[in-house]
Write a protein that binds this ligand. Sequence first.
Ligand code: NAD
Length: 310
Amino acid sequence: MSNAKITIVGAGNVGATTAHIAAGFKLGRIVLLDIVKGLAEGKALDMAEAGPVQGYDGRIIGTTDWSKTEGSDIVVITSGLARKPGMSRDDLLAKNVQIVKEVSQNVAKFCPDSIVIVVSNPLDAMVYTAGKVTGFPKKRILGMAGVLDSARFCHFVSLELGVSSKDIRGILMGGHGDDMVPLPRLTTVSGIPITELLDKQTIDRIVERARKGGIEIVDLLGSSAYYAPAAGVVKMAEAIVDDSKAVLPCSVFCQTEYNAGGCFVGVPAVLGKTGVEKIIELKLNAEERAQFDVSLSHVKELAAKVDRLL
Ligand code: NAD
């Protein structure tokens, strides 16, 4: 079992589920923190008590006290409001920027050497907030969205083709919104591009469903998804803890890369023990580039709003 210390801020749906999956993966010592008294403590104790049954050591504590997070290697920020039916992720910005600001100040104070994975929405704007408030080197600030969005895309491909989702590899870029950019030509089933297996109309339908994947769950559930988002976070944390150099789509700081001009946006990145170890620059075709630019300008608009609110 790894001895990494992982703090998860927010013990709601995404935070608690992340803690539970991470415990099952024996990812390290887990601190679950929330502002609501008793919530993180209760959920952490419950998860620790599942350890003897599930075969992990109950190294999970819950707290409202930031001093318990000292020395964390990774901090996952899930604190903030989640969408309700009829809301866009952008509607959360004004409230969540204040929550992520306060949390980031504590991260800078108590966990100055940590790698931060932001989950709160609107994602890319909240990653920008955490980057700005902590002042951490950019390679230590990441956002989780692409792992989730591409998992959704791969799941829909597997349903359409009737093949194992384990054989499907997909990549998706841009901001975490309806203008995200799935890349069907680079999505493969055991190395076979799906453009060889599905017609354009079917692919377009799957792309659209992936783009609206978040709201599909919100409309069913009344609040936002958490099993797949939490699995996405654990995938990123695992790459960092294991120094595995996994290639995952994440919101990371791009300056010259993709001519992004200095913003956090979803691109494929190599993750290892120092955080973002490399950004992979794909040669996008004209249509993909145009879609990416639309997404990029939306991400930049939201970052400008954050600047006005901070
Ligand atoms: P939730 O309401 O279940 O949990 C949020 C928790 O944050 C609550 O327990 C709340 O008490 C806590 N919190 C609020 N302010 C805090 C603070 N200052 N310090 C510590 N804890 C605080 O919500 P959820 O469903 O877990 O979603 C959390 C966030 O993740 C939302 O913003 C949601 O939109 C986002 N989300 C992102 C993705 C993604 O792909 N990036 C996916 C799903 C959800």
